[in-house]
Design a protein around this ligand. Structure first.
Ligand code: ZN
Length: 435
């Protein structure tokens, strides 16, 4: 039983160290380097050996790691997830002095968060800065752990409609209070520069975001639930990375792909809608001296699990869920279906996923949107538009998706790790994958 909490605790540690996508990628990199994986750069020639593991990053915010089996592989076994979360991004000149008293930060939305959940909560700033180094431009990660900013809500006495459903204007209602003008010069970028070990004028560029400072924790009877920021989708990122480093592939090249920019549509050079995955798989084939047709044979024999968290049935709003496909927290991996293929799952890929779960002794459940609701989209159909492999969309059940803090089940992290381990190490017999 303790195993469930162990994996979820490790996942919460990972989330705490990953306030932004840049930090999440740095964390996974550290984990891979510790396990003897070798970093490859997209600008270098690659030289790979069977039985070894490698990884590539793009923009320091997306990462693809892979491990080659000793024998000639049958194809790729890929798990894709995303490391960005909805947040507020700081604008280029972020400080806004107001009436010579307050200093606010000028921000804009990144992705679609539930805005009111970001109010009256301890937030801070993290991301990356680009500075002029000795040999050219250098990127430094920063996380302001001491500085706290808060987006204060308007008192109920000044807004009697506060509990009747509110509209929030991101340029007016959502700017965090940073400093008192009289008690300092209120320059956040000075503090950021100090943290990065440079002067403010040395910062030539920045990608800085607000993040929720609180650490994830267990709650509920028997600590059955997890309350944490960024569970979508760092819970799946953690589970896939953990399983990936723990597994030695036998017949398939195992691939752990972590993409940035899912929350803003994936259409960036490092998002799932870029050529990143395709480029890495193709270069791998080239380095292993595959012909074009050999590469296409590998792709035809491959399988992709797109892992992005799913909506569990809400305790106060059970009517929001589909009448017959109703996932619950702590009941296992959710296989997602969508008639118009917003999710990549089909009968064949669903069957494969169920067999993987059964092999891993992990429960599975199903999700579909109500037919009268739109729902969200995810990575599966986007990445398979570039690399056309058989794919399934899955996720771990959670509540309050895109809230500043979200709820998940303590057991489901381990379920995902166990299922991905089976998938990466090809514990599923070949006959299971024969169509
Ligand atoms: Zn997501």
């Amino acid at each position: 039983m303790e195993e469930y909490w162990k994996y979820s605790e490790e996942m919460m540690n990972f989330i705490e160290k990953s306030p932004t996508c840049f930090h999440a990628v740095a964390c996974i990199k550290e984990m891979l380097l510790e396990q003897g994986f070798k970093e490859l750069r997209e600008t270098d020639r690659w030289n790979m050996e069977g039985g070894k593991g490698y990884f590539v990053t793009r923009n320091d915010s997306s990462l693809i790691a892979f491990r080659l089996p000793e024998q000639v592989p049958f194809g790729f076994h890929i798990v894709a997830s995303h490391c960005d979360s909805p947040s507020f991004k700081l604008k280029e000149f972020p400080e806004m002095a107001m009436e010579n008293t307050y200093v606010k930060l000028n921000t804009e939305k990144y992705g679609g968060m539930i805005m009111y959940t970001w109010m009256d909560r301890a937030l801070s700033v993290a991301g990356r800065v680009v500075v002029q180094g000795k040999d050219g431009l250098e990127t430094r990660l920063v996380q302001m752990d001491k500085e706290t900013v808060v987006i204060p809500s308007v008192a109920i006495h000044m807004n009697r409609d506060a509990n009747k459903g509110m509209e929030f204007n991101p340029q007016v209602d959502m700017l965090p209070l940073y400093g008192d003008y009289l008690m300092g010069d209120g320059m956040l970028l000075e503090q950021v520069a100090e943290k990065a070990g440079v002067k403010r004028e040395d910062i030539l560029g920045h990608d800085l975001f607000l993040y929720v400072k609180e650490r994830g924790r267990f709650y509920g009877e028997n600590d059955a639930f997890i309350l944490s920021p960024r569970l979508d989708d760092l819970q799946c990122v953690y589970a896939s990375a953990r399983a990936f480093v723990d597994s030695m592939p036998k017949e398939y090249i195992s691939v752990c792909a972590v993409f940035d920019n899912e929350e803003v549509g994936s259409e960036t050079k490092q998002g799932a809608d870029s050529t990143f995955l395709e480029d890495v798989l193709w270069r791998m084939g080239e380095d292993l001296n595959w012909s074009r047709s050999e590469y296409l044979r590998m792709i035809a024999g491959s399988f992709l699990i797109s892992a992005d968290n799913a909506h569990a049935v809400h305790p106060n709003h059970p009517e929001k869920a589909d009448p017959t496909n109703r996932p619950y927290l702590n009941r296992g991996i959710v296989i997602k279906f969508h008639g118009s293929q917003k999710y990549a799952t089909d009968a064949v890929s669903a069957a494969k996923m169920k067999m993987i779960c059964e092999k891993a002794k992990v429960p599975w459940q199903t999700f579909a949107n109500r037919s009268d609701s739109l729902g969200g989209s995810t990575l599966g159909n986007i990445s398979t538009a570039h690399v056309s492999v058989s794919s399934v969309d899955i996720g771990l059940p959670q509540l309050a998706m895109h809230s500043a803090v979200e709820t998940a089940g303590v057991k489901d992290t381990k379920y995902a790790v166990d299922a991905f381990r089976v998938f990466f190490s090809q514990g599923v017999s070949e006959s299971c994958f024969t169509e």
